[in-house]
Ligand binder design. Sequence first.
Ligand code: HXC
Length: 520
Amino acid sequence: MSIQEDQIKALVERRQSAALGGGEKRIEAQHAKGKLTARERIAKLLDPGSFEEFDMFVQHRCTNFGMDASHTDGDGVVTGQGTIDGRLVFIYAQDFTVNGGSLSKTMSEKICKVMDTAVKVGAPLIGLNDSGGARIQEGIDALAGYGEIFERNILSSGVIPQISVIMGPCAGGAVYSPALTDFTIMVDKTSYMFLTGPTVVKSVTGETVTQEELGGAAVHSGKSGVAHFASDTEDDAIDKVKRLLSFLPQNNLEEAPRRASSDPVGRVSDSLNSVIPDNPNKAYDMYGVIEAIVDDGDFFEVHRNFARNIIVGFAHMGGRSVGVVANQPGVLAGVLDINASRKAARFVRFCDAFNIPLLTLVDVPGFLCGTQQEYGAIITNGAKLLYAYGEATVPKVTVTLRKSYGGAHIVMSCKQLRGDINYAWPSAAIAVMGADGAVGVLYGKELKAETDPQKQAALAEQRKEEYNELFCNPYQAAQKGYIEDVIEPRNTRFRVIRAFEVLAQKRQELPAKKHDNMPL
Ligand code: HXC
């Protein structure tokens, strides 16, 4: 064997050893917990053969607590580039088999390198998190490493899509990197996120709680909204990343890829002409409306389990990726509350940052009232959605299906928030409030003066009819040019697609400023 052949053999052996991370035993332990290793996850996520690893031989530089005696090539994180459906992505995957995936200074340097390269070339960043947090032996160096990652998360925000997948522990300040990214996907039963674990919670507050109850996938995808998606398995989480990316551009200077579809642009949906119930207080399912108008009925929902009174997600219309925001009359009558406002505002801002046009489907009775909402700052939180729509410069098409009352009417992408094309169905009621509330305010004294209950009820009914006749229709708004047209529901698909075609070249600027001061 020549010297060069020896060198190549040594390289291959070193690569093989590095690829084992913390070794066979720890890999077995990882599998026993129902988790894949970092490399197995990468292999499933990326196109076969596309992964190119960075910094495979990097080692930590810590000398505390005898750490200088233990070195593993790669140091607890696998980083590099590859493709998904042929499109470039950058990736890091924490390797729990090496020191529990804990973050050392060199590990953060590896992560920062892929983050910097992703921004430099304009491609999405995907982080697969499975870590015991800051490497305790490294002290302040590990904390500094987190700071460097967070700073890059912030500077990359709105430049490239950033996706975090939580596939194991994610605790302490480490949770703030996913929180700074655009989307967080958690795996049910094997991942958790919290600032302080159950033991500390018990000693500080006396509360007894399990990891799952404190920060499992169900909690964060349903209650807190920290996670956008909960997956049953790691495979499912990986599929979600792929599907999500298919709706997104590579960066803020590009548009999302078009998707070919055999669904005709001119397809009419007759079922939409009878979807609105006769009784205005009766619910219907907004999912059915969305599926009837988007390409192939294919809707990818974000935040499915959180604030279900509003629906947000991605679809294609005429091949173009669009962000859909829709009130859901089937949950809390589609009212806007704190969580619905937060959820939709974040989604609108994401779409605006990444050139994804917005379709807003409106059926909203107003904002939720009461002390719980007021004390929780519904004013500030509702203003987030108002702000997000008002500043968004992407094409915005709005269709009002039924109720559009009061402040909630303004918030849901109305004309005055620079809605580009606003349509309404004939069933739309665009008004300050519904007839019940309005008649109580306007005719309260008159109704009280009528002492016969039957006559009082008849009078109230008459006043409501008069009010509905005058205000609860789309024609007041249409007469004043606040909506472009009243359209037949069955034609919604092609009217919306045509509107987006027209708006494709839209250019709109915001005034120059350092940054805005949106109501956080
Ligand atoms: C160094 C760590 C580590 C850490 C785990 N390990 N976490 N080493 N620093 N933070 C090591 C363990 O010593 C063990 O090594 C191996 O990883 C596997 O860990 P186990 O405990 O055996 O695994 P498991 O039973 O599955 O428990 C996982 C765990 C637990 C729940 C994550 O390890 C744990 O509680 N770790 C500490 C978590 C934590 O408090 N981190 C600091 C958070 S604060 P050996 O060699 O024995 O197998 C933080 C600040 C960030 O991160 C600040 C950002 C601003």
